[in-house]
Design a protein around this ligand. Structure first.
Ligand SMILES: C[S@@+](CC[C@H](N)C(=O)[O-])C[C@H]1O[C@@H](n2cnc3c(N)ncnc32)[C@H](O)[C@@H]1O
Length: 257
């Protein structure tokens, strides 16, 4: 019996090594996938700060985890009893990790290779949508939020992004005269900082909003913020878009000719 367990653990250890490097630190058969993560026990340390803000019992609910990576959040939501969990990512290597983790933990989760830009293909709305740590990796961040609103968000959006710049939020006026320029020098005005080259040696970091900008983008895409359990994380409800005529422009509905 003990020999069988140690065989399994040796196989798991070998497979974890083959599938690495891991961004998610998961415990599989007693072995950690990313024990030396530069952010510590990630993303468990992050999730611990808002885990209680989400429903403990997800029986009957559906969950979409966009940019699921090694599957940490998908696994957590399945453990809460979600009826269906779908994790999508555009990176097959991360999906292989997530599939292996779910199989090792005997959790029934679907993982599919799909970009956030293609969520319309799912043809389904989900009670909870996770969109964590992806926005700043996108060249078209507002389009992604528009697409999520238009095609897959059913009720709650759990959103997280890296942010840089002032943590202050100013009260925004509904309009500004053309001559108003000073407002743009105020660091608390919504700002999306563009990274032309690299940040943290990663060329997939494109945009860092300040918190005022994160919140404005979410509102503008039609998400009503109802909780802000930690600096980078927002819980939102799908709502009406403030400007219904402006939404996802891709895939184009018009005739390209
Ligand atoms: C920083 S990781 C965040 C992972 C996880 N959501 C979390 O919060 O720990 C970003 C993830 O987004 C994925 N990603 C980046 N661009 C994507 C896209 N266009 N569509 C789907 N996934 C994407 C990456 O492959 C990666 O797994």
């Amino acid at each position: 019996m003990r020999a069988q367990a140690s065989d399994r653990s040796a196989r798991t250890r070998a497979r974890i090594r083959e599938l690495g490097p891991w961004f998610h630190n998961l415990c599989l058969d007693g072995i950690w996938t990313a024990p030396d993560h530069f952010l510590g026990d990630y993303p468990a340390v992050k999730f611990a700060r808002y885990a209680d803000a989400l429903p403990a019992d997800l029986s009957g609910r559906t969950v979409l985890d966009i940019g699921c990576n090694g599957g940490f959040f998908s696994l957590e939501m399945k453990r809460r009893g979600a009826a269906r969990v779908l994790g999508i990512d555009h990176d097959e290597d991360y999906l292989a990790q997530a599939r292996f983790a779910a199989a090792t933990l005997s959790l029934d989760i679907e993982f599919r290779q799909l970009s956030v830009y293609d969520v319309a293909r799912l043809g389904e709305r989900f009670d909870l949508v996770f969109f964590l740590g992806v926005l700043y990796h996108l060249r078209h961040p507002l389009l992604a939020l528009d697409l999520i609103h238009e095609h897959v968000a059913g009720d709650i959006l759990v959103f997280q992004t890296l942010q840089r710049g002032s943590p202050e939020r100013m009260t925004l006026a509904p309009d500004y005269p053309f001559a108003e320029c000073a407002i743009f020098d105020d660091p608390s005005f919504p700002r999306l900082h563009f990274i032309e080259h690299r940040y943290s040696a990663d060329h997939t970091n494109w945009w860092f909003p300040n918190p005022a900008c994160t919140e404005a983008m979410l509102r503008s895409a039609g998400f009503a913020l109802f909780a802000h359990p930690e600096e980078e994380t927002y819980l939102c409800r799908r709502a009406e878009r403030p400007y219904p005529e402006y939404g996802a422009v891709y895939p184009s509905r018009g005739n390209p000719t």
